[in-house]
Every structure is written in C-alpha cells, then in structure tokens.
Design a protein around this ligand. Structure first.
Ligand code: THU
Length: 160
C-alpha cells in the first residue's frame, strides 16, 4: 500500500475590488444574475457569469422547483445556455456569487460537486483551463486556476 497526496492552491483576493478589471466586471454580471434567481424554497440566491472568447458574457441563476431535484444550480444554468448558444466558444473565466436571505454570506461559496462535474466537461472539451472566481455576498474572492484544481480525480470520458 502507498499513499498519494492531492494538493490544491487557490488565490485569495481580499475583496472583489482587488480583482482584475475584466473579472470585476464579470463578477458584477454574476451579482446581477444572482438577483434574478428563482429560489423560493432555499432563499439562497446564486449567480454565475461566464466570459467567452467571442466576447460574450453569459449569466445564469439558480432555478428552483416545487419538485426540489428538478431545480438547477446557477452554474449549470449558465454553462448549458452557453454550450447550447455558442457551441464553439471557449470559456475564459467563470465568476460565482451567492447570498442568503437573512444573513450576510461573507465566505466564498464554491460550486457544488455536480456543477464541478458539469464544468469539467467543458474544460476538457476546450482543452484549456477555466479559471473560477467565487465569493459570497461580500468579502474574500477565491480563485481556482482551473476546474480540475477544484475536482482532482475527476471522472471523464476517457474511462468509458
Ligand atoms: N446552488 C447553486 O446554484 N449552485 C451551487 O453550486 C450550489 C447550490 C443552489 C441550488 C439551490 O437552488 C440553492 O443553491 C440551495 O442549495
């Protein structure tokens, strides 16, 4: 038996004001999207914005359903729309923000496991890393240089 060690490094920006200009604007788009979330069951509002290499910004928010599992996270709402609308475009960056209804969310909110798996598909498809920036309502922004950095040992089509 031997052990393997898996390490990830993330960059920490103290606030979104410290982000590079294009990413600051992308986070602003995510905030606008977050406020359009349909989240009457969780009261947890998430926005995601994707910057494409064709210059377009695609945004999405979580869309809930009375049949809970039928709802969809913000990240997948955005990335599936981007994939369906611009199938050849590459994703240059993703910004994510989330807030709760009754308390201030200051910790960065990372994408859930299912969204990581979905984003991984596009990172592999475009053969270049997708940087992800995520935050709460305010406070620190975390940057992961790629999706794979957030989801080591990911399951891919190479195993099929
Ligand atoms: N949610 C997202 O939109 N993205 C995530 O990565 C985590 C969770 C949504 C799903 C649901 O509408 C609400 O947040 C509470 O889980």
């Amino acid at each position: 038996m031997r052990k393997i060690k898996i390490e990830s490094f993330l960059d920490v920006f103290p606030t979104m004001e410290e982000l590079p200009e294009a990413i600051f604007s992308l986070m602003e788009a995510a905030i606008v999207a977050r406020e359009k979330a349909y989240a009457p069951y969780s009261d947890f509002f998430v926005g995601a914005a994707l910057l494409l290499d064709n210059g377009e910004t695609i945004a999405g928010s979580n869309q809930e359903n009375a049949s809970y599992p039928s709802g969809l996270c913000a990240e997948r709402t955005a990335i599936y729309y981007a994939g369906a609308t611009y199938p050849k475009a590459h994703i240059k960056a993703i910004a994510i923000t989330a807030r709760a209804k009754d308390k201030l969310t200051t910790t960065p909110i990372p994408p859930c496991g299912a969204c990581r798996q979905a984003i991984a598909e596009y990172e592999i498809k475009q053969r270049s890393p997708i940087p992800l920036y995520f935050m709460g309502e305010s406070g620190e922004v975390l940057k992961s240089e790629s999706l794979e950095n957030l989801l080591p040992l990911l399951f891919t089509s190479k195993y099929l």
